[in-house]
Design a protein around this ligand. Sequence first.
Ligand code: ATP
Ligand code: MG
Length: 362
Amino acid sequence: MTTDPTTKRRILTGDTPTGRLHLGHFVGSLENRIRLQDEYDCYFLLANMHAFTTRADKPDEIRQDTIEIVKDWLAAGIDPERATIVLQTEVPAIAELTWFFAMLVPFNRIMRNPTLKTEIESKGLGDTYSFGFPMYAVGQCADILAFRPDLVPVGVDQVAHIEVCREIARRFNQVYCRVDTHADDKDHEKLGGVFPIPEALVGRVGRLVGTDGKEKMSKSLNNAIFLSDTPKQVKKKINAIYPGQSRNPDEPGDPEINPVFDYADIFIKDESFVADLRERYRKGDNLGDGHVKAFVIEAVNELLEPMRERRAAFDKAGGDDVVIDIIRMGTQRANAVAEETLALAKERMGLGFGSRREMLGI
Ligand code: ATP
Ligand code: MG
C-alpha cells in the first residue's frame, strides 16, 4: 500500500459525544481505526451535532463529552498527525449535503431502519422525539459521503445506517451524474458518479455484550467498562458480572451461557489458554468463577494500561487546550475535502453559480 496521501484510500467513521468510550467501541470500531490509520487517509468525526438530537438542552455536557472523546481516541492510539479529527458542527458542507440527501430517500425508509427503532426504544424517546432525531440518519450519510470514503469501520448496529448511505450515494449518482441504474457499486466513480458506494467494515467483535450479560455494551445502559476506568473499577465491574449459573469450582459448568467467557475470548490473547479454561470449566476441574474473572480482569487491564499512561502524559502536556488545537487543525484539513465534495455535488445538481469564496465575498 502506498504512503502518498493523495492516492491512499479513505476511511470515515466517528462517534457521537454522549459519554466516554468503552470496550464495545474499542473492539467494534476503534481497534480497526488504529490499525488502519497508516494504510488509509483517515477522517474521524466528532458527531456533536447529532448529540443535540437527544440532548439539545445540555450544551455544556455535549461540549465536555466532545473533548473527552478526543482524549479517549488519543489514549487508545489515534495519532492526530496521521489521522484527521473532524468536528461535525464546523463542517458546513455536511449540513448542506444533509438537506439535499433528505430529498433522495423516502421518509418511511428512514423510519423503518431497525437501529433507529432500537434507539428510540432503548433511550425511552417514546413518540416525543424531536424532528431532528430521525434526521440524524440522513445526516450520518452526509458525514460519510462528504469525505467520499471507501470504508466505514463500525459496529454491527451501524450496518443498517450504512446501507441507507449506500442507497443515497447510488441515487445521487444516478439522478445527477447519469450513472446507469444497473451499474456495479464499484464502478460508480469510474462512470462519473461523485460518490463512491462505501462499505461498512465491522470490527473483530461486532457487538460486545455489556456487564449485564444481555444488552449491547452501551454508554446509555449503565453496563459499560470505560477505556478510562481505573484498575479498581475494572475489577469491580467484571467481578459483578453474573456468570449465568450458580456452581462450585468442582462442579461442571457451561461456558457458553457465561458472558465472562465472551470477554475471555475477546481480551485474553492466548487462545489455547482460553480453550483450556473452557474445558476445565466444563469438567468442574477446580475452576471457580472468580478464577476466570481474575484472568479476564488481568487481560482487560493489560489492554487499558498503555491507554492510561498516554492519557496521563497528555493531561500533563496541557489537557483540554491541546485537544482544542487538535480539533481545529483536523477540522481545517477536513473542510478542504468536504468543500471539494460539496462543490462537485452542486455542480452536478445545476447549482454551480460560483465558489463559496465568491458567494461570501471574501
Ligand atoms: P449510545 O448507547 O449512546 O447510542 P453507543 O455506545 O451505541 O452509544 P455510538 O456513538 O452510537 O455509541 O457508537 C460508536 C461506534 O461504536 C459505532 O460504530 C458502534 O457500532 C460501535 N459500538 C458501540 N457499542 C458497541 C458494542 N457494544 N459492540 C461493538 N461495537 C459497538
Ligand atoms: Mg449507538
